[in-house]
Design a protein around this ligand. Structure first.
Ligand SMILES: [Zn+2]
Length: 257
């Protein structure tokens, strides 16, 4: 089945800096905190609907409440990655080496190497088996990171508030192959939100760009701005000999209509 979900190691690498920030007082807050309240509301609503479905349809048991702290999860993630890396290296017949634990660069480096081993495993006799084992072992770790960061789970999450610019639903992808992002679905009309990245003609906000989206969700979208028809330098050239007030008036006149 084709899925656009990232591998567990990719998810861990993507969220690692935020997990560290969440586990250490005095460090910068996780990037998704810009839309934190909106995420929490959307997750609570989805949980409510699913609880209702379970009780109405008698389906399954409700999941055990997670009791996680960012510090614990960071430790588990590092241990898990080092264990998986050692097993994969031995499976590939590579010599083992020791990485420094507690170093902020250890997890991203191990994740990057796991991506490389993954490619090599493609041509290896036990490749498929080992790749599946790697993902099975690391998936719970990736899930814990997403949960402890307040992102719900790996499923796309629909925010309760629509896109401030076009009114279409906004989808949050915490575990996407393109990296974590919020996407405007553009189902109401073509969206002209000032995003830095676009996905198939629709705006998307990467985790580093969430501040602008968070502001717009909280305070409403800033009015659409248009580049001035005539810039200040042009007014300066046309208005030689004019006072500043006259130049300002000329600038305003040239830019109306
Ligand atoms: Zn939109």
């Amino acid at each position: 089945m084709k899925t656009d979900t990232a591998t567990p190691a990719e998810i861990i690498a993507e969220h690692w800096a935020d997990l560290r920030a969440a586990s250490m007082p005095g460090t910068r807050r996780p990037r998704a905190s810009h839309i934190g309240r909106h995420l929490a509301e959307a997750i609570a609503e989805r949980d409510r609907i699913e609880r209702q479905e379970r009780s109405t349809l008698g389906r399954g048991a409700s999941p055990a409440a997670a009791d996680l702290s960012a510090v614990q999860v960071a430790r588990v993630a590092e241990q898990g990655l080092l264990y998986v890396e050692a097993e994969v290296r031995s499976g590939l017949g590579l010599t083992l080496y020791r990485r420094a634990t507690g170093n902020p660069l250890t997890v991203p480096a191990a994740c990057a190497d796991l991506a490389r081993y993954r490619t090599w495993l493609g041509d290896h006799a036990n490749g498929r088996e080992l790749t599946q084992w790697m993902d099975r072992t690391l998936r719970p770790v990736a899930r814990q990171i997403i949960t402890v960061l307040g992102l719900g789970d790996e499923r796309p999450l629909r925010l309760l508030q629509p896109c401030p610019w076009c009114g279409s639903p906004l989808l949050v992808h915490a575990a996407h192959e393109l990296g974590p992002h919020v996407e405007c679905t553009g189902t109401v009309k073509v969206c002209e939100a000032p995003a830095t990245t676009w996905i198939q003609g629709r705006p998307m906000w990467r985790w580093d760009d969430l501040a602008a989206l968070g502001r717009a969700l909280t305070h409403g979208a800033p009015p659409a701005t248009r580049d001035p028809l005539v810039d200040a330098a042009e007014v300066g050239r046309r208005g030689t000999g004019l006072t500043q007030a006259e130049q300002d008036r000329l600038y305003a006149e040239l830019n109306t209509g």
